[in-house]
Design a protein around this ligand. Structure first.
Ligand code: SF4
Length: 293
């Protein structure tokens, strides 16, 4: 069976026709490739889900000194703060921000992460999905469904724009991750396919134009904290969509706009570490200290 999904419009039409939720359409899309059984796909996604959970746990414990060059223990710090204080941005959001930092610390220290959609943006999905699952009292099955939905949104962005910072700036990496996460947890919270794509559109618009400027060329600064703030954007976008707010610009048009914006971002701001915060006096000093001590 072939299943053509070029964009969100196709995905929503398939959901409507079959009475499916987005994760069911995502599963059908994967099945239609004809390379895996339903069980194989669910097992594979379950493995990704477990690896994400493990990277959160490991990152909250922390890593050895020097494992990351420019930060350490920020996840632990934020978790300790949220346990002691009334946070301004709320318990779910601060937890997601800490989880994203935890996964990024594991990434920086060459530990095991799931690059979804990329290694540089690997904190967002585990953070948004896990924090939402805990708030909504959901189990692993819903976590796997969320990954399927997120994956489908990522496929659509990849087909029509880009998921690479070198090609489209950080909007393509963390922006896409935030859109994927927003759609996934909107569905987890009971949202419709349209609400999921509204949430994804709101998240992607909020990160449009974001440049890629890793200090010293390492995926640490500003990447780790951007994973946290990207997670926060995903969560608030999901809440907006769930409240009934719609994205005035439909998701598919936002993706096309993101693609066009990506092509206009100068090379110095597309993973070359020559512009943005990488080119600040502190960014240059850190590069020198790390590579020419
Ligand atoms: S700044 Fe660049 S390297 Fe860092 S996460 Fe964003 S796209 Fe990836």
């Amino acid at each position: 069976m072939s299943l053509t999904i070029r964009n969100a419009g196709d995905a929503m039409a398939i959901c409507e026709k079959n009475g499916w939720r987005l994760h069911e359409t995502a599963l059908a899309y994967e099945l239609a490739k004809g390379t895996e059984s339903r069980e194989d796909i669910l097992t594979r996604m379950g493995r990704h889900f477990s690896a994400m959970q493990e990277s959160i746990k490991a990152g909250l414990v922390g890593t050895e000194e020097g494992a990351c060059k420019m930060f350490r223990d920020d996840a632990k710090r934020l978790m300790a703060y949220r346990e002691k204080k009334m946070t301004l941005s709320g318990q779910t959001m601060t937890k997601a921000a800490a989880y994203a930092l935890a996964v990024m610390e594991i990434n920086c220290s060459m530990g095991r992460i799931v690059a979804a959609p990329t290694a540089g943006s690997c904190g967002v999905l585990p953070a948004v999905i896990s924090a939402s699952m805990e708030t909504l009292s959901k189990g692993e099955a819903e976590g796997v469904q969320a990954l399927l939905t997120a994956g489908l949104v990522g496929v659509i962005i990849g087909k029509n724009a880009s998921l690479s910072g070198a090609e489209g700036g950080c909007q393509a990496e963390i922006g896409s991750a935030a859109a994927m996460g927003a759609a996934a947890v909107t569905e987890m919270a009971g949202g419709t396919p349209k609400q999921s794509f509204d949430a994804a559109a709101i998240a992607l618009k909020s990160m449009m134009g974001l440049v890629c400027d890793p200090v010293a060329g390492l995926v640490e600064v500003p990447c780790a904290k951007r994973n946290s703030t990207g997670s926060a954007i995903a969560l608030v976008s999901a809440d907006m969509a769930l409240s009934g707010i719609v994205s005035v610009i439909p998701f598919d048009e936002v993706v096309m706009a993101m693609s066009k914006v990506g092509r206009t971002i100068p090379v110095s701001l597309r993973e070359t570490a020559e512009g943005g915060v990488a080119a600040t006096p502190t960014g240059r000093r850190l590069k020198q200290e790390i590579f020419e001590p």
